[in-house]
Design a protein around this ligand. Sequence first.
Ligand code: ADP
Length: 492
Amino acid sequence: MKREFQQALAEKGRTRLPTVLLVSAECAPISKTGGLADVVGTLPKSLAALGVDARVITPYHRCVKDRYRDRVEHMFSFSVDLGWRSQYVGIEKLVVDGVTIYLVDNEYYFGDRIYRGGMPEGEQYAFFTRAVLDAIPNLGFFPDILHCNDWHTAMIPMLLRTQYGYYVHGRMKTLLTIHNIAYQGKFGFDFFRDLLRVEDRYFTSEFMELNGCAAFLKAGCVFADRLSTVSPTYAGEICTPYYGEGLDGILSARRHQLSGIINGIDTKLYNPFSDPLIPRKFDKGHLRGKQFCKDELMGEMGLRADSRTPLVAMVSRMTDQKGFDLVECVLDEMMESDICFLLLGSGAKKFEEFMRAAEARHRGRVCSYIGYNEELSHRVYAGADMLLMPSRFEPCGLSQMIAMRYGTLPIVRETGGLKDTVKPYNKFTGEGNGFSFANYNAHEMKATVEMACEVYRSQPEAWAQLQRNAMSEDFSFSRSAEDYARLYIDML
Ligand code: ADP
């Protein structure tokens, strides 16, 4: 065990590292729709390397059943009351890559989609909440920390404190991690009254009420022992009305119990020295292969400029969050200088149409691939010179970290995790690993892109140094895991 952890435990009068049960709607590699699954799937492995026994409890979705049925071991079953119905709960056990995963089985709730949307989704996860709380005393694994993630599991801390009195429940501490505050699980009071037997006294603004409804996420923000989110800057931002989505009041009141821990990326998967998906390997000591990747990418995408022309790329969902309205505003002006622009993304129709029209106006210099393409994304990260991320808000952001691994310098707005991971170029000292701008303003973004292109064109030495800085950053999950381990110990 790390000496630092030994000391922290000694201060608490403990000798043993805490045990942790992560509760989540999805967990990679068995079920995944987004970044939440990666965090929940990877964290236990990195925690195990530090000596922390962390396990996962998640629904037994159909996609998991289809792939892992033969490896799953049935543990026990019971029934829970949900509204007027009594529902079957099966608890199964699966070990994947050394991580123990408890699966909550019920064909009715976890028969098809991971997220059903609307009220059915609320009922799905009200069931999951009840099933998890009732299953814990019989798992044969007693967690010190129950680590909940996002709204789907955020009622657990509240029910634990208001409806459960067993010894095992009483000794657990709860942590709620907010991966995206925009999704809150809001439903009418009757929903909570009927399905989860929530008493009327909790439907006030001090507890669960939010804009005339009640919200899973608000219950978690009020009742969890500790709160965290996925970057230090975002932790500060969600305490303000602009970013807080109505929860800024409770979050700022609990600011001292709210931490920000940056997510990691899979540094084995995203490694320019071993990535089988890119046309030539390279590393920070040998960057020549990157120029080859760029030439290949430009050829593949039909970009016909000189190979020294700066190539600015975006790999992103096309939503308002990601700053596409800024791009829409100034792309034509940006194309007046000698640059190429490449987009890999999908999302809102209006942005897709804008990109198609821009491609026609700037043939050979603007190019877009509308759709989701994992393999192409590796070639873009490897071949581009810069990655643009002008987000309106960004809880953590992975694309900028992936880009830096490949020596592609990020140009970002200073918000959330972007602010915490990208250090802007300092022309006096040569320090930095990218470029950034402060305000959500199209011309500020354009000026920053132009500045980056100018450094690329006229100061190759400074550029190469920035690339080496970016490629030397540690974005591995082990760093996040250490921060989580510190937090768990602090919670004891
Ligand atoms: P968010 O989770 O908000 O979409 P992140 O930056 O945290 O944004 O993560 C986005 C992830 O999805 C990155 O791994 C990025 O490479 C990938 N991605 C986004 N759009 C595409 C796409 N069109 N094709 C392939 N990968 C994509």
